[in-house]
Design a protein around this ligand. Structure first.
Ligand SMILES: [Zn+2]
Length: 307
């Protein structure tokens, strides 16, 4: 069964200024290494559609979407927080990044592909219901998960988030929605600052202190994520695939290796095989050291293709 690779040229045009770590070259680094490893031709390539207003409105209020559309600049940059800015191409990129998740969900649920990876930016997991922040405007993975629940009538989806930062936006959006199990590992303390704790059977938050490496990461996944996933039996798995916990990434101080990303992908594939008809939609979140980002993402995609 093939794996889809979904992106859009607009995602490369979103540019928050020279020197910003969330830069267009991130997507190119991943695609170039897919070519070098000769995996590129074995993926099923799709251009992301724009998410529709109806699809966005499942997780964001109308005012949030309209406000971003309204403030979208004709030239220059408009800041929405100290680290997050819109250029003239940002709104279109954000629509495509969210739309990639809708298409990925459709392709995976209908069985056209077994799994999908969305090579998109801006990322999404910090975007709360009504707040763009932390390089994020729309919560791409939440838009996909809500599409699976509402449009495809699934009853249970899991979201795995191994980005080094807490996915505060995803937790804000699905808080109290027992159709969604969120498993997250993140450095604490670190942006966005809080550690909201876990809710049994719904949110599994695993904070890791700075300096934690492979053993600590694999331990929390084995001891906390996997039992929760087994009990929940998700019908589909979404992954907020951030690679900024890599030892080479200076955004934080976790010490994960490229092999850890292959390992966690294998664990996700195991769960998906048992409970979810192999269905996985994975989406790029963080990851700022370009060689480590490319190596880790390609290791992740390689395991999505093999599992
Ligand atoms: Zn991050």
């Amino acid at each position: 069964m093939p794996v889809a690779f979904i992106s859009h040229p607009a995602c490369r045009l979103h540019n928050m200024g020279l020197g910003h770590p969330e830069q267009p070259a991130r997507l190119d680094a991943i695609e170039e290494l897919l070519h070098v490893r000769q995996l590129h031709d074995f993926l099923v390539h799709h251009e992301a559609p724009r998410a529709t207003f109806e699809q966005l409105a499942r997780v964001h209020p109308r005012e949030h979407v309209e406000q971003l559309s309204t403030i979208s600049p004709a030239e220059g940059l408009i800041r929405v927080d100290p680290d997050t800015a819109m250029c003239p191409d940002t709104f279109e990129a954000a629509l495509r990044a969210a739309g990639a998740n809708v298409l990925a969900t459709d392709l995976v649920v209908t069985g056209e592909v077994r799994r999908a990876f969305c090579n998109v930016r801006p990322p999404g997991h910090h975007a709360e219901r009504a707040q763009a922040m932390g390089f994020c405007f729309f919560n791409n993975v939440a838009v996909g998960a809500a599409h699976a629940l509402e449009h495809h009538s699934l009853d249970r989806v899991a979201i795995l988030d191994f980005d080094v930062h807490l996915g505060n936006g995803t937790e804000d959006i699905f808080k109290g929605d027992r159709r969604v199990l969120i498993c997250s590992s993140f450095q604490h303390p670190l942006y966005p600052g809080n550690n909201p704790g876990s809710v049994p059977g719904h949110i599994v938050n695993c904070p890791l202190p700075p300096g934690s490496g492979s053993d600590a990461f694999r331990r929390v996944v084995t001891e906390h994520w996997l039992p929760a996933l087994e009990a929940f039996a998700p019908q589909m798995i979404f992954i907020s695939a951030g690679f900024d916990a890599h030892a080479a990434d200076d955004m934080a101080e976790l010490r994960l290796s490229t092999a850890d990303y292959a390992w966690i992908t294998d664990r996700a594939c195991d769960v998906a095989a048992r409970h979810a008809k192999h269905r996985i939609v994975s989406t790029l979140e963080g990851g700022y050291d370009l060689p480590a980002l490319a190596a880790s993402t390609v290791a992740h995609i390689d395991r999505l293709m093999a599992g």
